[in-house]
Design a protein. Structure first.
Length: 182
């Protein structure tokens, strides 16, 4: 969650630095925004401690809702990149019944002292320790971010770039349409 919060804050700071203002947000049209709220709410519920098959199913449903919201709002700058990042996360979750987390990355992020100790860590949400039965593990949580003691995926990185771009874009006025009547 810290990684997401940091990307949102970074997007807001960059958006403000390049002249964007919060007053421009309502000038943008967001189609079916309740999909966004429902998708995010499901992710928060799972992160808060729901584990196992139901947690994985809720995360998968949340990604479907978020991808639907993204598709309906694809014209927003950065939304396509956000969707690619979400898809990169959904694929390993769907095929592995959860997001594989590499034990060595937990060590490198400073979460556990040794790879063996990772078996004593309770991973939140849909995550599980990577094992030999997992597929596409290069899309799993394998990138340690020791500054925030978190392990992220390549999908998270892509999603973060898209989120920053999206927030910068919605803090700026929407592009004018020359064919619009005044």
């Amino acid at each position: 969650m810290w990684f997401t919060a940091i990307t949102v804050a970074l997007g807001a700071l960059i958006g403000l630095a390049v002249g964007g203002r919060p007053r421009h947000v309502p000038e943008h049209t967001f189609h079916l925004w309740p999909l966004l709220l429902a998708g995010l709410a499901l992710q928060v519920i799972v992160e808060a401690g729901m584990v196992g098959a139901i947690g994985v199913q809720l995360v998968a449903v949340s990604y479907v809702l978020l991808l639907a919201f993204g598709a309906l709002n694809l014209r927003l700058s950065g939304m396509g990149v956000v969707m690619v990042g979400m898809a990169m996360n959904l694929v390993p979750i769907a095929i592995n019944a959860g997001m594989p987390v590499r034990a060595g990355a937990l060590v490198d992020a400073g979460i556990v002292p040794t790879p063996d100790a990772s078996t004593y860590v309770r991973l939140r949400g849909e995550r599980h320790l990577e094992d030999n039965g997992d597929h596409l593990t290069f899309l799993g949580d394998i990138i340690p971010v020791s500054a925030i003691r978190q392990v992220v995926s390549f999908g998270d990185l892509v999603l973060g770039i898209g989120t920053v771009t999206l927030i910068v874009g919605i803090l700026r006025p929407p592009p004018s349409k020359p064919w619009r009547e005044h």
